[in-house]
Design a protein around this ligand. Structure first.
Ligand code: RP5
Length: 164
């Protein structure tokens, strides 16, 4: 977490989700984007969850990344009370390999979108948040362009290593 006002809110159903969700935080750190990270359980802290969703935009948050496991209602419920883009991260638990989390997050009713990434895909959730911010911030967008070029270079190097 950085000292400047957070642009991204990372929320999760439990602190047990943090080993997955910290990958989103690490991606945001790479782009020097300020974020906050909080446990806001949909089932155990429903009132706080609603308050978080209702207040996030007014507090200056631009994107919410919401991760949960099992009956993962947090991303969809927060999306229902916030006008912000919400990125859902299905967190895999002991049983069902995260399919329960994925299906709980991805099939939202029309009118209430959640941008669901892959099971345990918190790094991509962080990178998607960077892209969303970059759409209206040229400095962030320029960093993303550099990141993408580096990604391509790394892939090309691996291909060249295979050829030699
Ligand atoms: C979900 O229940 C949380 O998102 C977490 O993935 C799961 C288990 O929570 P704990 O019992 O570990 O607190 O709501």
């Amino acid at each position: 977490m950085s000292a400047s006002a957070p642009q991204v809110g990372i929320i999760m159903g439990s602190d047990s989700d943090w080993p997955v969700m910290k990958l989103a935080a690490e991606a945001l750190d790479e782009f020097e984007i300020a974020y906050e990270a909080r446990v806001v359980s949909a089932h155990r802290m429903a009132k706080e969850m609603i308050a978080y969703g209702e207040q996030a935009a007014d507090r200056g948050i631009s994107v919410i990344i919401a991760g949960a496991g099992g009956a993962a209602h947090l991303p969809g419920m927060v999306a229902s009370v916030s006008p912000l883009p919400v990125i859902g991260v299905p967190v895999p638990l002991k049983y069902l390999d995260g399919m329960d989390s994925l299906l709980s997050i991805v099939q939202m009713p029309a009118g209430v979108p959640v941008a669901t990434v892959s099971i345990a895909g918190a790094r991509n959730a962080g990178l998607l948040a960077v892209r969303i911010l970059g759409a209206s911030d040229p400095a962030i967008r320029a960093k993303m362009v550099t990141f993408q070029a580096d990604l391509a270079d790394a892939a090309r190097s691996k291909n060249e290593a295979l050829q030699s």
